[in-house]
Design a binder for this molecule. Structure first.
Ligand code: SF4
Ligand code: FES
Length: 249
């Protein structure tokens, strides 16, 4: 092979084989404009079509290409091969999720948790369409914009030691997205979400390690969102203790 070469060390798992994951090495050519995902696609197209992984947009939007590269959860489309430390690109599936095949993991647990916090605008009564849309000021949009940038990539769950120790924990992204809707001036679902988040499996499990915010490729800061949710949940609890039901909202 001409030009620069790099070794990809990839963790393989074939469910039909039944055994433990194994390592496989591929030496491939690369150029400075290639990201890790390009290397994986080179392997799949030119060397080994059985290598299985997810990707779609190649531009940090779809959130489907997450993996651990040299130990850190990253979007493989967002990391240049030339920037990987060490001479070998070690690629593994994201930790804390069941492996389906090779680098593909199962997200069903997250989808259930996300649904539990109602990741959509909740209205007690819709106003008639004739009365127009629900307008917001730029300041009202700014209140939730940061959390709305989440692309559901699950890097934060892969990095979270609390979720790694107990998958009952609702986790970073579901909490951040709950906060996103609670902060939206059009939403009226805060009470239901805070009820779910205040359970034993909710935000109080978070010990504020903060790794979720470190690895997040979109600066969503789920760790910060969870701490803000703790404040909101505490205020809700105080209202429940001190106010009659009719005056709690
Ligand atoms: S909070 Fe960040 S790391 Fe977690 S799923 Fe959303 S974009 Fe990915
Ligand atoms: S391929 Fe879409 S985020 Fe990487």
């Amino acid at each position: 092979m001409a030009g620069k070469q790099v070794v990809f060390r990839v963790k393989r798992y074939r469910p039909e084989g039944g055994g433990e994951p194994t390592w496989q090495e591929y030496t491939i050519p690369y150029t400075d404009d290639m990201v890790v995902l390009d290397g994986l696609n080179y392997i799949k197209d030119q060397v080994d079509p059985t290598l299985t992984f997810r990707w779609s947009c190649r531009m940090g939007i779809c959130g489907s290409c997450g993996a651990r590269v040299n130990g850190a959860p990253v979007l493989t489309c967002g990391l240049f091969i030339k920037d990987v430390r060490g001479r070998t690109v070690v690629v593994e599936p994201m930790s804390n999720f069941p492996i389906i095949k090779d680098l593909v993991v199962e997200f069903d647990d997250f989808m259930d948790k996300l649904q539990s916090v109602k990741p959509f605008l909740v209205r007690e009564a819709e106003k008639p369409v004739a009365e127009g849309e629900y307008l917001q000021t730029p300041e009202e949009v700014d209140a939730y914009k940061q959390q709305s940038m989440c692309i559901n990539c699950m890097l934060c769950y892969s990095a979270c030691p609390v979720y790694g120790a107990s998958d009952h924990f609702i986790g970073p992204a579901a909490s951040a997205l709950a906060y996103r809707y609670i902060r939206d001036s059009r939403d009226e679902g805060a009470e239901d979400r805070l009820h779910v988040l205040s359970r034993k499996t909710g935000i109080w499990e978070c010990t504020f390690v903060g790794e979720c915010s470190v690895v997040c490729p979109k600066d969503v800061d789920p760790a910060g969102a969870i701490q803000n949710l703790k404040v909101l949940a505490s205020m809700r609890q105080m209202r429940r203790l001190l106010l009659p039901k009719s005056a709690r909202r």
